[in-house]
Write a protein that binds this ligand. Structure first.
Ligand code: ZN
Length: 227
């Protein structure tokens, strides 16, 4: 069999905001500047371990939901994360924010309210890569995830959103949607690696918390966040 040359598809490297390419976007999502850093819940906190409530339609378009999303962005940046779910700031609500690169180096930024992950097709490709979680501060562990993921939901104003991603961003979409159903990545690990991760967390978490405080202070100095 001869090798076929396929023309390389040039990658559109523009930032995707809510799934749509934009020509210019700041280093942190604008809402973060209005946000407050919230404490991040840790494995063992009950709100992380159960399916959360759908965001009520009455909240859509409101200041409370918008403010929560601002807080979530800022909290994620202060913790140097790429995704954060509502229950990670203690809210029993199904939503997440993200600012995450994919394997082509394309940056994806946005939020999804009441996310639903599309069923994986039979035989879909899996990738085994390192994964970590802001609510399991410190360690990482290898975990298989689908190479491609698609999430549907609505935005904070109730407009339908459909976000798809590959590689690391696909992993993020799966990880964050899992959170909203009370599932942590360590729940997908076998007993032994799970135990190892929790042991490492106990050793590493104090340093992680100190670093988060320093990063939050630095952001504040840059005028990002109100505290
Ligand atoms: Zn997580």
């Amino acid at each position: 069999m001869s090798e076929q040359s396929t023309p390389e598809q040039p990658v559109d490297t523009r930032v995707r905001v809510q799934g749509e390419p934009v020509d210019d976007f700041p280093a942190t999502a604008p809402g973060a500047a209005r946000g407050r850093v919230r404490p991040i819940t840790v494995v063992g906190d009950e709100v992380l371990h159960r399916a959360n409530r759908d965001v009520d339609p009455a909240m859509l378009g409101g200041a409370e939901l918008s403010g929560l999303i601002d807080d979530m962005f800022l909290t994620m940046y202060a913790a140097e994360g790429v995704g954060l779910a509502g229950n990670q700031v203690g809210e029993d609500l199904r939503l997440f924010v993200y600012d995450c690169p994919d394997d082509d180096g394309v940056r994806h930024v946005g939020h999804v309210v009441n996310p639903v992950l599309a069923e994986r097709e039979a035989g879909a490709a899996l990738a085994v890569e390192n994964e970590g979680c802001l609510s399991v501060p410190g360690p990482h562990a290898e975990l298989p995830r689908a190479e491609y993921a698609r999430v549907t939901g609505v935005d904070k104003d109730g407009a339908p959103v459909e976000i798809e991603g590959t590689g690391y961003f696909a992993r993020c979409l799966q990880h964050e949607t899992d959170h909203t159903y009370g599932r942590l990545y360590i729940d997908r690990l076998a007993a032994r690696p799970r135990k190892k991760v929790l042991k490492q967390m106990n050793e590493m978490s104090a340093d992680v918390f100190a670093r988060r405080e320093a990063t939050a202070a630095k952001l504040r100095e840059e005028g990002i966040g109100r505290g």
